[in-house]
Ligand binder design. Structure first.
Ligand code: FAD
Length: 510
């Protein structure tokens, strides 16, 4: 780390010695001389839609939007900024499902990656190599549909599939498969990345490995990913999808931790917290039989907070006979409240795409484009019980405002790679905790205050909790977020984006 410090100091000195330009021209002055064959637009409809995101709590207006049709368009734009004396910021925007303007570019250019998608071009599946080469602008649902045509599938998912490959690879990409297969960033074999100097690097763990690992979970800071080679496996046909309700937190987490330690067991494991707030189903999934709603609601009312373990086992013709026996054996071994086990049997694609139904329902009621003051955390296993006492049983019921899905499920650290940029807790097992709230335009700040209260509780108790999909308004927060890995992050920034052009909406480098 002394070498890191030395390199960092040298980089800072070089930057300080570089003459500061007095050129006062605006990004648009340079851009207007380079019309990119009409692909660059300042039309208010384009600029307005690039100014907001799924979070609906920020509005950050760019100067222009680039609708690239090729990798060269993006390379040209980055080079233009890099070579200019008054560089302008630019950000790749995948599907704009960020929460706090992370894909925005104030007074700069938003690169609308989705304009690269053109029919079936942009995905090549290798059956023999068991991988797919995918343009980063593809949505995961599109990748799934395409690979399923050949009986293949990626192995690691997010709960919701209408996110781009480039967007989730810039964060991590987690879901109930992560304990077994690792996050999506652990299931990439190769990528093409355009750095902040406009250079294209084809990279993998063995070739240009530093930029490969930097870009994985790199929050868009080191380059724009244009292609990713995703690992595939044979696709299962159907899934057994079970839920078990618990009133005791330690029995719930003991069962979760045991199940994720079994190497050849389940294919998916998540968990959630149910509070005394209305029906047991929510927009994330409609699951429970309506005839049981009252019974579940009265259990929640009695205990105020209960927990739901959710597990899945994939199967097809060859494993059809054994899967029922396996799930029965598993149920018997668990410490859930007897009488509160639920089972569904659905197709593989219906399971993976389970959140879509809720999305369409909310959209039809005009309730999708609302503020989403979400908070996502990684909590070390040793702290999860303290977190339960202080947050699930403390702050949340006391404030009595949280509605919406509240996720809590463990994952294995050994499925992540420390060279990737995503920061995770040091312990072998840690929990993903997600508060996925929908708010109103006039009350979202109350939820934000609650988020702050949760974060302060964790900080005061020195729990080593780390934000996932992090948001900080200034560099100070980021320095704390990265901890001992901050120096490496900064070094990589100077190496791949020395003019600090890329993804300014993350507020890491000004
Ligand atoms: P954007 O919001 O467009 O971009 C996100 C960041 O990545 C920005 O900084 C942007 O500049 C950068 N970026 C985008 N494309 C590229 C690229 N090609 N190269 C380099 N940088 C790029 N996450 C999970 O892990 N698991 C979940 O289950 C999950 N569920 C979600 C459900 C919903 C309804 C929503 C809204 C989000 C969910 N997320 C989940 C979070 C999601 O993974 C991230 O917000 C992701 O970044 C969104 O992808 P996007 O294509 O919309 O990215």
């Amino acid at each position: 780390s002394q070498i890191h410090l030395l390199v960092l100091t040298l980089l800072i000195i070089i930057t300080l010695l570089t003459p500061i330009t007095t050129n006062t021209s605006q990004p648009w002055d340079i851009l207007s001389d380079n019309n990119f064959a009409g692909k660059l637009t300042t039309a208010s409809s384009s600029v307005e839609s690039a100014a907001t995101d799924f979070g609906h709590v920020t509005k950050i207006i760019p100067s222009a939007v680039l609708n690239p049709s090729s990798v060269e368009d993006i390379t040209d734009l980055i080079k233009l900024s890099f070579d200019s004396q008054s560089s302008f910021p630019l950000a790749a925007r995948g599907h704009g499902h960020s929460l706090r303007g992370q894909a925005a570019a104030k007074n700069g250019v938003v690169v609308n990656m989705r304009s690269m998608v053109n029919g079936d071009r942009g995905i090549k599946v290798s059956r023999t190599g068991l991988y797919a080469d995918v343009d980063s602008a593809w949505l995961w649902i599109e990748v799934l549909n395409k690979t399923l045509e050949l009986g293949l599938t990626p192995v690691s998912w997010t709960d919701y599939l209408y996110l781009t490959v480039g967007g989730t690879l810039s964060n991590g990409g987690i879901s109930g498969q992560t304990f077994r297969y690792g996050p999506q960033i652990s299931n990439v074999l190769e990528m093409d990345v355009i750095t902040g100097k406009g250079e294209i690097a084809t990279c993998s763990k063995d070739m240009n490995s530093d930029i490969f690992f930097a870009a994985l979970g790199g929050l868009g800071q080191f380059g724009i990913i244009t292609r990713a080679r995703i690992k595939l496996e044979l696709a299962p046909k159907r899934v057994k999808w079970l839920r078990f309700l618990y009133t005791d937190f330690s029995e719930f987490t003991n069962d979760q931790e045991r199940l994720i330690s079994e190497t050849d067991g389940l294919d998916f494991l998540e968990g959630s917290v149910m509070l005394d707030h209305g029906p047991p189903d929510n927009w994330r999934s409609t699951y429970y039989p309506p005839s049981d709603h009252l019974k579940i609601v009265s259990m929640v009312k009695r205990h105020r907070v209960i927990y739901c373990l959710e597990v899945v086992k994939y199967y097809d013709e060859t494993s059809q006979r054994t899967v029922n026996e396996e799930m029965e054996e598993l149920s018997e071994s668990l410490k859930y409240v007897r009488g509160f086990m639920y089972e569904r049997d659905v197709t593989y694609i219906d399971f993976l795409n389970r959140v879509r139904t809720g999305e369409l329902k909310l959209k039809s009621k005009g309730q999708w484009d609302l503020p989403h003051p979400w908070l996502n955390l990684f909590v070390p296993k040793s702290q999860i019980s303290k977190f339960d006492d202080g947050v699930f049983k403390g702050i949340i019921p006391r404030n009595n405002i949280t509605t919406g899905p509240l996720l809590v499920y463990p994952m294995n650290r050994n499925k992540w790679n420390d060279r990737m940029s995503t920061v995770i807790p040091e312990e072998d097992v840690f929990y993903a905790v997600g508060f996925l709230r929908s708010a109103d335009f006039n009350n979202w700040e109350d939820y934000e205050k609650e988020n702050m209260e949760v974060l302060k509780f964790c900080e005061d108790a020195k729990m080593g909790v780390i934000q996932y999909l992090p948001y900080y308004s200034s560099q100070e927060g980021w320095v704390r977020h990265f901890g001992p890995r901050w120096n490496i992050f900064v070094e990589r920034k100077y190496r791949y984006d020395p003019k600090m052009i890329l993804s300014p909406g993350q507020n890491i480098f000004q």
